[in-house]
Design a protein around this ligand. Structure first.
Ligand SMILES: [Zn+2]
Length: 153
């Protein structure tokens, strides 16, 4: 009697549908799983910023807002969006050119000379820091990094 009941329970358990199994296997294909994992990992490592978010951080300050508006106007949205996507540890690396040099002078009053190898400055209003670093090798461009959010000091 007991063994009969056990058999009945066993028989009631659903038989795996071969079609279901096939779908599951396709969904967890090794390539797809790997790509997803990588995305998650980098997402956890670095907070991702949105273009609008970065603009919102700069606009409350007159000097920084002026700088960013000027950068946007001369280098374009695409250039800025790329910089935002590559932002690291709260810093955004912008393209360096004559226009940016002029913008830094007009916005922050800092004149970065052509032979400067390293220049660190900060906005006199909100104390947002920026760092210019001249290229050490011909293959690398000069870099201009600026904080996304001014740190409380
Ligand atoms: Zn500022």
């Amino acid at each position: 009697m007991v063994s009969e009941d056990e058999t009945a329970v066993f028989d009631d358990s659903p038989t795996p549908d071969p079609a279901d199994e096939l779908v599951e296997e396709a969904a967890s294909a090794p390539v797809a799983a790997e790509a997803e994992q990588e995305e998650d990992w980098s997402g956890a490592r670095e907070p991702r910023y949105q273009v609008e978010e970065v603009i919102a951080c700069f606009s409350p300050c007159g000097r920084c807002g002026y700088f960013l508006a000027g950068y946007w106007a001369t280098n374009g949205r695409k250039n800025f969006a790329t910089a935002v996507r590559r932002a690291k540890s709260g810093w955004i690396t912008l393209s360096w050119n004559m226009t940016v040099r002029e913008l830094v002078l007009k916005s922050f009053g800092s004149y970065i000379e052509e032979d400067n190898l390293h220049f660190e400055g900060c906005c006199s209003e909100c104390h947002r820091h920026f760092i210019y670093r001249a290229s050490r090798t011909p293959n690398h461009p000069h870099t201009f990094r600026i904080e996304i959010k001014p740190r409380k000091r």
